[in-house]
Design a protein around this ligand. Structure first.
Ligand SMILES: [Fe+2]
Ligand SMILES: [Fe+2]
Length: 207
């Protein structure tokens, strides 16, 4: 059943089914974008790690996440090197930029807790990566190409689902109010769904 993971992952809109074909046709561009995404995930987790100085367990979880994302970044970088590609400058990331606007005081979402929002925005980004890596795995399998990439993205698909849960759990832990966190997650996930629809189909992990 396509997109059966949407409810689990909080996503409100499925990715356009043409996305995986576009991504595979421009695989180099996708791999470069993906490497940048891993770097951003690592630096985002690290930048949040010390924001709850009295909550060592939160810091520890975010540092572990940052370490794992950094390993993903290195693996993605290795893949680029194998293909004779270089990282290059990141493209403007409209997707992440628009989502982060939600988590700013005075942003469209008017968050009562911008730091909790940053965890939830991160969670939604992980959920979308998870969905797309699965689409990519299925499409590569169907074409019968790139077996090494299939295993790579299969591993990452599992990791992204776990990261999604970790970030939602951390938001609940620091907020201390699961209902409030779930309601806010719904708002952010709906905004993300509209954004994904607006951005259309490109050879990027999110945009
Ligand atoms: Fe990652
Ligand atoms: Fe991740």
């Amino acid at each position: 059943v396509p997109y059966s993971g949407l409810a689990v992952l909080c996503l409100t809109r499925p990715t356009d089914p043409r996305w995986a074909e576009v991504a595979i046709d421009k695989l180099d561009a996708l791999l470069i974008d993906h490497a940048h995404c891993e770097m951003k995930a690592a630096s985002n987790a690290l930048s949040l790690a010390a924001r709850w100085p009295d909550r060592t367990e939160v810091t520890r979880a975010l540092v572990e996440l940052a370490e794992e994302e950094l390993r993903h970044f290195r693996a993605a970088l290795d893949e680029l090197v194998r293909r004779g590609l270089s990282l290059g400058k990141p493209e403007t990331d409209v997707y992440a930029h628009e989502l982060r606007k939600l988590a700013k005081v005075g942003g469209a979402g008017a968050p009562e807790d911008p730091l909790v929002d940053r965890l939830l925005v991160g969670a939604v980004i992980e959920a979308r990566s998870c969905e797309r890596f699965k689409l990519l795995v299925d499409a590569l399998r169907a074409r019968g190409t790139e077996p090494a990439l299939v295993s790579f993205y299969e591993e990452l698909f599992v990791a992204e689902a776990r990261h999604y849960r970790t970030l939602v759990d951390l938001a609940i832990l620091v907020k201390g109010d699961e209902d409030a966190v779930r309601r806010r997650l719904d708002v952010i996930a709906s905004a993300e769904g509209r954004l994904v629809e607006r951005l259309g189909v490109q050879a990027t992990v999110h945009g």
